[in-house]
Design a protein. Structure first.
Ligand code: AMP
Length: 113
């Protein structure tokens, strides 16, 4: 999608600190990290958000979780991390290309704010 920030990052038209890429997914450092590890994992397919995802996207969404787990393993943060979708503006979604937050490397409180 031409007017999407994260599609532009995937295409390399906006710079990012790339963590991982394959034919289905792209991962990069969050520009405003909330923890020592804060990586965004996104499908290359433009999906607006979780509530817009369709059943046909189920494997892709699951795959993003597997990519997150792989990054967490590589970073040695398996003691405790979180994968989070913010869904809709009231939950803090500010970019409307589906993105999975991988947050870890510090103690994480519960419930989240
Ligand atoms: P959300 O608030 O769940 O929509 O998450 C969007 C995330 O994207 C935020 O954590 C932002 O810090 C992050 N973000 C926005 N622009 C960029 C960018 N150009 N590069 C990396 N992360 C970004």
């Amino acid at each position: 999608m031409t007017d999407c920030l994260f599609c532009k990052i995937i295409a390399g038209r906006i710079p990012s600190k790339k963590v991982y890429e394959d034919d289905r997914a792209f991962a990069f450092e969050d520009v405003n990290p909330q923890a020592p590890t804060h990586v965004l994992i996104i499908p290359k397919k433009h999906i607006v958000g979780l509530k817009e995802a369709e059943e046909a996207d189920a494997e892709l969404l699951g795959y993003c979780q597997i990519v997150a787990a792989k990054i967490a393993r590589e970073r040695g943060i398996e003691q405790g991390y979180r994968t989070v979708y913010n869904v809709g503006p009231s939950a803090g979604q500010s970019v409307f290309h589906l993105h999975l937050h991988l947050i870890g490397g510090r103690a994480l409180g519960w419930p989240p704010g």
